[in-house]
Design a protein around this ligand. Structure first.
Ligand code: CA
Length: 232
């Protein structure tokens, strides 16, 4: 799964240019046009990195970053500034920006900054095609570290629950029968052979992951067949 980048930029030409270039590099890109929308997208989607224009209509980039950090978001943020005096502000305010570029900038420069920021923040996950972290909404599944979280909340799963989640989430939308899941996790726990065991694990998973286990948004039931992880 590609690294995700949120671009908060009100100038259409710049935003579209960035979107195109980053998509070409293999990143998954979302756009926001205002500070308010950008903040909301950053909180809801938990992108791997945010490119944040300083001058935005309404809430400016500084305020977006301040609120984002106050909310506990730790993803790297690259500021885009129009003038050198804004650069002083970026550095001086110690808002928690990780880097900045002054417009106009070259795409090659931007790409190398982004790669460096992602590498610093996520280590091996730096590549656009990294694929060791799965996210859906605010759910984050770190396959390497076998960690699961929603927003700032760490979720503790049993080995079997993690394996079920891993299999489902790796292929969103793919429907797994209970038999398939049972076969996939058999190595991880001495299970009895009853397919209903899967129902119990899924029910535990939902209690841990979902806001409302009776109305799940991550692990969906496909009636008469099995389970699937929600598609984006
Ligand atoms: Ca602007």
């Amino acid at each position: 799964m590609a690294a995700t980048i949120l671009i908060v930029e009100d100038e259409s030409a710049v935003a579209r240019g960035l979107e195109y270039a980053l998509t070409q590099e293999g990143y998954t890109v979302t756009l926001a046009r205002t500070g308010e929308d950008g903040l909301q997208a950053a909180v809801n989607q938990a992108p791997d990195l945010v490119i944040l224009d300083v001058r935005l209509p309404g809430m400016d980039g500084f305020e977006v970053l301040r609120r984002l950090r106050a909310d506990g978001a730790k993803m790297p943020v690259l500021f885009l500034t129009a003038r050198d005096d804004e650069v002083d502000k970026v550095i001086g305010l110690e808002l928690g920006a990780d880097d900045y570029l002054t417009k106009p900038f070259g795409l090659r420069e931007l790409m190398s900054r982004i790669k460096a920021l992602l590498r610093r923040a996520y280590g091996d996950l730096a590549d656009a095609a990294g694929g060791r972290v799965i996210r859906h909404r605010d759910l984050l599944i770190d396959l390497e570290r076998r960690r699961v979280s929603r927003g700032q909340r760490r979720i503790s799963l049993t080995a079997t629950e993690f394996e079920i989640l891993r299999h489902l989430a790796t292929r969103p939308g793919r429907v797994y029968t209970r038999r398939e899941l049972l076969d996939l996790i058999r190595d991880y726990e001495a299970l009895d052979q009853d397919e209903k065991t899967i129902n119990v694990h899924v029910s535990h998973l939902r209690e841990k992951l979902e806001d409302d286990p009776a109305d799940p948004v991550f692990i969906l039931t496909v009636r008469g067949v099995g389970y699937q992880f929600a598609e984006r």
